[in-house]
Each structure stands twice: as structure tokens, then as C-alpha cells.
Design a protein. Structure first.
Length: 216
């Protein structure tokens, strides 16, 4: 029991420290935001929005996305040990982590995301996470959009100077004082369909829109 308590405290302290480091490091970025007004207006007028991002590009957005905490948004995060750390950071950013992924607890997490999206009307989703393959949009995002009536908003992050990690997604970390552009794509509405061919066409359509924006 003592070991569990100690590990929990250590984990919380480590996550708090990591969050502070990310915030401090991100303040060095020179951030430019593009095309944010359209989907925010839709949200404020009662619409539902699902922001979609590649796993490669979520790091540059962590500090800026704290801006949306007043909407009580959600984000699906895996049940892995790495996911535990990311979930802790997400909580401190004001995003509610829904734990699960395609490989573990996926169905439960998907239903949790749908329930919260119906209530808060804003969620984020890493479309190829948590383990790829890179550039392949998984089907959960389409199911969420169908069930909630959400507008899908692709999101991309670019940096004029960045490191790309030796990982499955070539994870991007902007260098200190980099010029970082956070760009929202146009809203996409997918009508629900029981036809598997239509469902796959919608998934591929989103994938074809987003894939050219991968970097590295």
C-alpha cells in the first residue's frame, strides 16, 4: 500500500513538473493562429466541434489549447504508462482525459468521448494515435461525428525550426524561439450512413485532407 501511495505521489509531482516545463518552454515560441474564428463561432452558437490532429503535431498546441478550458473539452488518451503522463498534463491544461485507445479499452473510451461531446460540445481527437500507423485516420473520429452531429475541424501545427524524433510518427518539437503556426482547417460535416462504403469514403476523405500536412 505504501509503495502504491508513494508511486502515485511521485507520478503526480513528475507530471506537475513536466507540465510547468512544457509551459515555460512553449512561451519561447512565436505563435501565429489561423482560421480559429469560424469554428469558435459555430461552437458559441450551439454547434458541436471535434478538433482532429495528427499525433506528430500536438506538442506545439499544449500551451495555447488551455484557452479552451472554459468549454470543458475532452481528449481520448491511451491507458499506457505514457498515456498516464499525458493525461496528467491534459488535466492541467483544462482538458478532460477519456482513457482508452484502439488497442486497449477502445469501445468504452469511444462511448465516453461521445457522451462528453454531446454535453460539452467540444473535444479533441488524435486521429492516428496512440501508436499509428502515421498518416492513417482511424475510424473512431467518423463514428463520433456521426453520433454527435459534430463538425470535424482538422488542426495542424508547423514550426520554421523543429526537431523530429526517431519515433513512429516523427514527433515534432519546435526549437526554442521557433515561429509556430497553429492552423485550423475548414469545418467538415459528415452525414451518418449505414453503408460501409460511404463510411470508408468519409474516413478516406478526411485522411486525404489531413495527410499532406504531415511534416518531417
Amino acid at each position: 500500500m505504501f509503495k502504491k501511495i508513494r508511486n502515485a505521489i511521485t507520478s503526480q509531482l513528475a507530471t506537475a513538473l513536466l507540465y510547468r516545463l512544457i509551459r515555460a518552454y512553449s512561451w519561447t515560441f512565436r505563435i501565429k493562429v489561423e482560421n480559429e474564428d469560424n469554428w469558435l463561432t459555430h461552437l458559441k452558437n450551439g454547434g458541436t466541434v471535434l478538433i482532429c490532429i495528427w499525433h506528430q503535431q500536438f506538442f506545439p498546441a499544449i500551451r495555447y489549447f488551455k484557452k479552451y478550458q472554459k468549454y470543458n473539452p475532452s481528449l481520448m488518451i491511451s491507458k499506457s504508462k505514457d498515456g498516464e503522463i499525458i493525461a496528467g498534463v491534459a488535466k492541467r491544461t483544462g482538458w478532460h482525459p477519456v482513457r482508452g485507445s484502439s488497442s486497449r479499452g477502445g469501445s468504452e473510451a469511444l462511448h465516453g468521448m461521445i457522451d462528453r461531446l454531446k454535453t460539452s460540445r467540444l473535444s479533441g481527437h488524435v486521429v492516428d494515435g496512440p501508436r499509428g500507423p502515421s498518416g492513417i485516420v482511424k475510424s473512431g473520429v467518423i463514428r463520433m461525428a456521426h453520433t454527435t452531429g459534430a463538425m470535424i475541424v482538422p488542426f495542424y501545427a508547423y514550426a520554421d525550426k523543429a526537431w523530429y524524433m526517431n519515433s513512429w510518427d516523427k514527433f515534432m518539437i519546435p526549437r526554442p524561439f521557433a515561429k509556430v503556426t497553429l492552423r485550423f482547417g475548414e469545418m467538415i460535416k459528415f452525414d451518418p450512413s449505414e453503408n460501409n462504403d460511404d463510411f470508408e469514403k468519409q474516413r478516406l476523405h478526411l485522411e486525404n485532407i489531413m495527410r499532406p500536412e504531415l511534416r518531417g
